[in-house]
Design a protein around this ligand. Structure first.
Ligand code: NAI
Ligand code: 2YC
Ligand code: MG
Length: 259
């Protein structure tokens, strides 16, 4: 399980603003509008209880503070509980939280206590990064490449299939590819292929997963993957744009999805 580090979370809102500029340029929408386009919701001033969780590898020093900054960025009324775990959960309820945010090493959830809706970070991250790629204004077709069909990539691919895109997928895990072919009807793409795409969703925990042959002259690469899968020499080309951010975009989608 790839866990965030405090280094990943440094300069979080600067990274968000940089990515928002690219999203606006390449889709005509900002991240709030992208989330609204997916879920049809708008944040009010919902009270969001953020509960530190000590399970497994334990608390990531700046994780809760990052979540607080994210709730405030989207105009919500966030607070971090003084206590962790069950005591913190009780404190959040007593503190009139409408929505709970909490994560152990395996699952990160948003749970709306008022309407019962619940969201996981993996699914929402896959969906929102897929949506960003799919809204690329300079796309040359409705063919899109998904690299990595794990928890994030599969959710993104499913969202794109449901939107009517022709989804090519690559993943070295044969069982995962079999499942994706059977359930989603994705077209297997040889990772060393030469068919070029103007939209790429990358969701792997490895660097340099995107190769020369995959990227069209004008291309938007949308990736939550840590580290980044796009090699520097390809990413530095004039018309190859990159949306890559460690936490905010995925959490924004979680919050919009439970409103
Ligand atoms: P996962 O382990 O469930 O899936 C990763 C998939 O990538 C696996 O199926 C693996 O076989 C495949 N893969 C590995 N190398 C590959 C390659 N060279 N080409 C094609 N496929 C390859 O991981 P999960 O949970 O889907 O997360 C994916 C990445 O997204 C991780 O790095 C995780 O840290 C990151 N993440 C980032 C978030 C954000 O907001 N930025 C939020 C959630 C996850
Ligand atoms: O500080 C805390 O409360 C910790 N229990 C938080 C642990 C989060 C672990 N999950 C991750 O680092 C990754 C992120 C990419 C988002 C989802 N999983
Ligand atoms: Mg993110």
């Amino acid at each position: 399980m790839a866990l965030l580090t405090p280094e990943d979370l440094e300069d979080l809102l600067d990274k968000l603003n940089h990515n928002n500029d690219i999203i606006r340029k390449d889709t005509g929408m900002d991240i709030a509008e992208i989330c609204h386009a997916i879920y049809g919701t708008n944040p009010g001033n919902e009270r969001v209880g953020i509960i530190p969780i000590t399970a497994g590898n334990g608390i990531i020093s700046t994780f809760s503070a990052s979540l607080l900054a994210i709730t405030e960025y989207f105009g919500m009324d966030g607070f971090i509980t003084e206590h962790a775990d069950i005591t913190g959960y009780h404190e959040a309820i007593k503190g009139n939280a409408d929505i709970i945010l909490m994560a152990d090493d395996h699952i990160f959830i948003a749970h709306n206590l008022r309407n019962g809706k619940i969201a996981t970070n993996h699914v929402c991250t896959g969906v929102v990064y897929a949506e960003i790629a799919s809204q690329y204004l300079h796309a040359d077709s409705k063919e899109i490449l998904v690299i990595g069909m794990g928890r994030v990539g599969y959710a993104g691919a499913e969202h794109l299939v449901n939107k009517g895109f022709t989804v090519y997928a690559c993943d070295p895990d044969r069982k995962i590819m079999e499942k994706a072919k059977e359930e989603l009807g994705v077209i297997p793409y040889n990772c060393n292929g030469t068919k070029k795409f103007s939209m790429v969703l990358e969701a792997t925990p490895n660097p340099n997963t995107i190769s020369e042959g995959m990227v069209a002259e004008r291309c938007l690469v949308s990736t939550p993957g840590i580290p980044c899968g796009l090699p520097e020499d390809i990413g530095s080309r004039d018309h190859v744009d990159l949306v890559m951010e460690p936490l905010v975009i995925g959490v924004a989608a979680m919050l919009y999805s439970v409103l």
